[in-house]
Design a protein around this ligand. Structure first.
Ligand SMILES: Nc1ncnc2c1ncn2[C@@H]1O[C@H](COP(=O)(O)OP(=O)(O)OP(=O)(O)O)[C@@H](O)[C@H]1O
Length: 207
């Protein structure tokens, strides 16, 4: 099956310094890949590069237009919009319709009329993740998606990812927890850029 995402010899920088080099992998429909590596190894940097938030230093990212949905550390939730308004807004941005599946998948139906600013951290994170379901995008690139989630919500999220994979989607996730999903592992420690300074180094404090 043709891959949805094909990354070849990618090199990425953060703060003007090379962080990763020689990163290659592909993701086909139904596949999940977990990004591992110690703090500062470049997981966020790689995801931001794939999301188009920063240009690669080198290498290629092959995917069809409108393939990737990015979920970063921030939930991207406007405090004054309700849960339903938030999802309708994102559905409009991505040109999809219908938010009920997203609400029920993340157990948000009872909270649909609550302004996001009144949600708990875990509820807000569930709303941020529910946004993925209204993007209609096949590849999800997620940075620590389970932060603030309790065990029940982690299970909801894992079920959503499993269904997404079963429907022909793919997922690339930086996570330290075991989601119980069959996934490959890409350890970024192996792709550390040669001229990268020690992350504990003094200079980096000023970047
Ligand atoms: N805004 C920034 N400006 C300069 N350097 C940065 C910036 N953000 C991150 N870095 C540096 O870039 C390198 C890669 O950071 P990145 O956030 O991609 O790592 P990570 O693997 O996601 O880490 P973590 O597990 O702690 O989230 C680190 O050395 C980090 O200190």
């Amino acid at each position: 099956m043709a891959p949805l995402l094909e990354v070849r010899d990618l090199a990425c920088a953060r703060g003007g310094l090379a962080v990763l080099e020689g990163v290659s992998f592909s993701l086909s429909p139904g596949e999940a890949l977990v990004l591992r590596g110690p703090n500062g190894s470049g997981k966020t940097t790689l995801l931001r590069t794939l999301a188009g938030l920063q240009a690669p230093l080198d290498g290629t990212v092959g995917m069809a237009p409108e393939t990737l949905a990015y979920g970063g550390h921030a939930d991207g939730v406007k405090p004054t919009l309700t849960v339903a308004e938030t999802l309708r807004f994102w559905a409009g941005v991505f040109g999809t319709s219908g938010i009920d599946d997203a609400l029920s998948a993340f157990d948000l139906s009872a909270l649909r009329d609550r302004p996001a600013q009144t949600l708990s951290a875990g509820q807000r994170r569930r709303l941020g993740l529910a946004r993925l379901l209204v993007t209609g995008r096949p590849v999800w690139a997620l940075d620590e998606p389970t932060v603030s989630l309790d065990a029940a919500s982690v299970a909801l999220f894992a079920a959503v990812v499993r269904a997404h994979l079963a429907a022909g989607g793919a997922a690339l996730m930086a996570t330290h927890i075991d989601l119980g999903i069959e996934a490959g592992v890409l350890d970024l420690a192996s792709f550390r850029a040669v001229d990268r300074p020690d992350p504990s180094g003094f200079d980096e404090a000023f970047l």
